[in-house]
Design a protein. Structure first.
Length: 381
């Protein structure tokens, strides 16, 4: 593995909240800030990042990467060109299929892939019908076994609480309560898909624990986080105060400006920004990829540092790797995105055709994973 030296760029370290011009050395897959004693410039590959910003590799905390079913895409083609070096599958697999997930093409991926375990054993097996979330069929012992066998892969339990899934079974809050009960025994968070929920968002949020994730926070179908007067519901604000996390998690149909706009006016921004990419949004609108999604939030009013935090240190903290993946400290993993912020007029749409216009776009120039260049723009480097 050859050494790299990145010169001349502005470095944003979310862990230290520092934004300054600094050179970075990379050797043996780790970052070196004071590299001159360890790396000889004549033996290193020099990267001129003079008009760029260097940040930790992005983390997509919710994306569907199991290609053994209808809803997954291959990790490397979507992640690496987008500056994503770590990705978390959004519960595509349940207990009956997770072993195959581990042995699928993610085993050979350069992207570091982790996953939620769908509480339904069948997971998202087909787009023709939803999973069965009846707690009678939860395989608690098998779920606990898998978390014990794959502690570096499994990160959370996943539950979809939409009406089309829970309603036909005559279920309301029982699936969430039982999922949290199992999560308590395992010691893991729960990620709850809330689009068109079978119970109100405030009731669901009241059941969720600190560290659990309210997924698709800006969904527009059914009962939403916005009250009749156009404000974020007080119970939702209280849930955040208790430590419940909110993920923007866009997807094709899980983000609506009619909800996001009034929430943004009140400063109710995501804790985490993830893509929820599937075959429907693989380099396609309304998501395209992570950098474009982050650019949308900038157009909505978030700062560059805020959106980078939501795609680096916040999910890294959820993964228990806050410093390792959320910083550019010496000794941490050399997972790095070199990007440009380009001035360009662009429109961002939701599933209903509503839009917001932006003037800045995040454009990846180079992705480095474990000290190796794994993506580079043709006109860079």
């Amino acid at each position: 593995m050859s050494a790299l030296i990145i010169k001349g760029g502005m470095v944003y370290d979310p862990f230290k909240k520092k934004y300054e011009k600094q050179d970075l050395g990379i050797k043996d897959g780790r970052i070196l800030l004071e590299y001159k004693e360890d790396i000889q410039e004549t033996e290193a590959e020099i990267i001129d990042a003079g008009d760029c910003v260097i940040v930790p590799g992005l983390i997509d905390y919710h994306i569907h990467l199991y290609t053994g079913c209808d809803g997954g895409v291959s990790a490397d083609p979507i992640c690496l060109p987008s500056g994503v070096t770590t990705a978390v599958d959004g519960g595509t697999c349940g207990a009956s299929s997770f072993e195959m997930f581990v042995k699928s093409d993610i085993e050979r991926a350069l992207t570091e892939v982790k996953g939620y375990l769908n509480i339904s054993s069948g997971g998202l097996a087909s787009g023709l019908y939803p999973e069965n979330i009846d707690p009678v069929y939860y395989e608690k012992e098998k779920i606990k076994y898998l978390f014990g066998k794959y502690p570096d892969k499994l990160t959370a339990l996943k539950l979809r609480l939409s009406k089309n899934i829970a309603g036909p079974l005559g279920l309301t809050r029982e699936p969430l309560e039982k999922t949290i009960e199992i999560a308590e025994e395992i010691g893991c968070p729960v990620v709850v898909h809330m689009t068109d929920p079978v119970i109100s968002p405030e009731e669901a949020a009241s059941i969720m624990r600190p560290g659990d994730v309210f997924c698709h926070m800006y969904y527009g179908k059914g009962d939403t986080i916005i009250d009749e007067e156009g404000h974020v519901k007080k119970e939702i604000l209280k849930a955040r105060e208790r430590g419940v996390l909110f993920d923007g998690c866009n997807g094709k149909n899980n983000f609506a400006f009619q909800v996001a706009a009034p929430a943004a006016e009140e400063g109710f921004w995501p804790d985490i920004i993830s893509t929820d990419i599937s075959p429907m949004t693989f380099y396609r609108h309304p998501v395209v990829n992570m950098p474009r999604l982050l650019s949308k939030y900038m157009a909505m009013g978030m700062s560059f540092k805020q959106v980078i935090d939501c795609a680096t240190i916040a999910p890294a903290r959820q993964l228990g790797m806050e410093k390792e993946l959320g910083s550019l400290e010496s000794g941490t993993a050399a997972d790095i995105l070199i990007l440009k912020i380009k001035e360009q007029t662009v429109s961002f749409y939701d599933y209903a055709g509503n839009s917001v216009n932006g003037t800045k776009v995040i454009v990846p120039q180079m992705t480095i994973k474990s000290g190796n260049i794994v993506f580079c723009q043709s006109d860079f480097h």
